[in-house]
Design a protein around this ligand. Structure first.
Ligand code: FO1
Length: 316
């Protein structure tokens, strides 16, 4: 059994590849919920939706979020009325947020996600990292910004200083996540190519997760979100520069120094474009692959290579 930790687009693409080569009982996809927020009274869970829509083959490939074949009549009408339009909710996507918000009165996010997955034909378990509230907040040169204000409203333009995950100290990992980490059949934990600070750190930071990782014997393997000094999508490279970190495998690993020190990062898959940047790295074990995922075939091929590599890597 494999656990994949995922955030938005990059995580969803690798999760789709893993789902194409593993049976539903052999894969658990644990998704970041630090980006979740309430907007116009609706509870939005962007990474859960990106992963679910991608696995259902319904994702909007141009935008990287939302649904394919989307229309925007609601947004146009809202704009006419002078409403808040910085966060765009498509007409079909609205149904997800309205139905989820209604159900949250008597169900939790993971129950709703499981039911939406079943209705959309997604067979592999998509599990929120927690059912408790965790809010990613970014400290910037223009002040403190809740994640979606930083990411969407300000288009990641403010200089990134630091990030915190409000409520994380009280959050409990989803019980299925903990059970999977304790499963003797666990073969690998894969950190998908999502933003390390904005998507993966919140998952790893929930109390009990690193302890559970320390107890399992399966290797922990990260897949780099960088190719040739650039992020495939999103602000990861800009953030690295603002933190004075190089956009290289060493720079990426420095974000996981504590994990490496505790023996919780055993392998790293980097892009072949970055092999000449790995000279002085002794740990973790590195594997180079073509990490760009432009199609389901690409995602499948990368998933196969990551699994093959993980099967060879030993716990440090
Ligand atoms: N991202 C944007 O850049 N602009 C948007 O207007 C926007 C709307 C949106 C609506 C629903 C949803 O599930 C995601 C949406 N996203 C939008 C993406 C989202 O803000 C980020 O991609 C993630 O939070 C980061 O992984």
């Amino acid at each position: 059994m494999i656990i994949a930790l995922a955030g938005g687009v990059g995580g969803a693409k690798l999760a789709q590849g893993l789902a194409a080569v593993l049976s539903p009982k052999d894969l658990k996809i644990i998704v970041n919920t630090g980006d979740d927020f309430t907007h116009m009274g609706l509870f939005i869970s962007p990474d859960i939706d990106t992963v679910t829509y991608t696995l259902a083959g319904l994702n909007n490939k141009e935008l990287g979020w939302g649904l394919t074949g989307e229309t925007w009549y609601f947004m146009d009408a809202l704009e006419r009325l002078g409403g808040d339009t910085w966060f765009r909710l498509g007409d079909q996507d609205l149904a997800t947020h309205i139905e989820r918000t209604k159900r949250l009165k008597d169900q939790n996010l993971s129950q709703i996600t499981a039911d939406f997955c079943q209705r959309l034909g997604v067979k592999h378990p998509v599990i929120p990292m927690t059912d408790d509230s965790v809010q990613t907040v970014v400290e910037t040169d223009i002040g403190t910004l809740p994640f979606q204000e930083y990411f969407v409203q300000h288009q990641c333009q403010p200089k990134f200083k630091s990030v915190r995950y409000e409520g994380i100290e009280k959050a409990r990992p989803h019980p299925e996540f903990l059970a999977a980490l304790a499963d003797p059949e666990l073969e690998a934990v894969i950190l998908c190519p999502s933003n390390p600070l904005l998507s993966l750190r919140p998952i790893l930071g929930i109390p009990g997760v690193t302890n559970a990782l320390a107890k399992c014997t399966a290797p922990i393997v990260a897949v780099s979100p960088f190719i040739g000094g650039k992020a495939v999508k999103g602000p990861a490279a800009k953030i690295m520069t603002e933190l004075n970190l190089p956009i290289t495998p060493a720079g990426l690993i420095s974000l996981y120094d504590d994990l490496l020190e505790d023996g919780l990062l055993d392998g790293l898959v980097i892009d072949t474009a970055d092999v000449d940047q790995t000279d002085k790295l002794e740990r973790p074990v590195i594997h180079a692959a073509n990490t760009l995922m432009n199609s389901l075939e690409d995602s499948k091929r990368l998933a196969e290579q990551v699994l093959e590599f993980a099967a060879k890597v030993k716990r440090s």
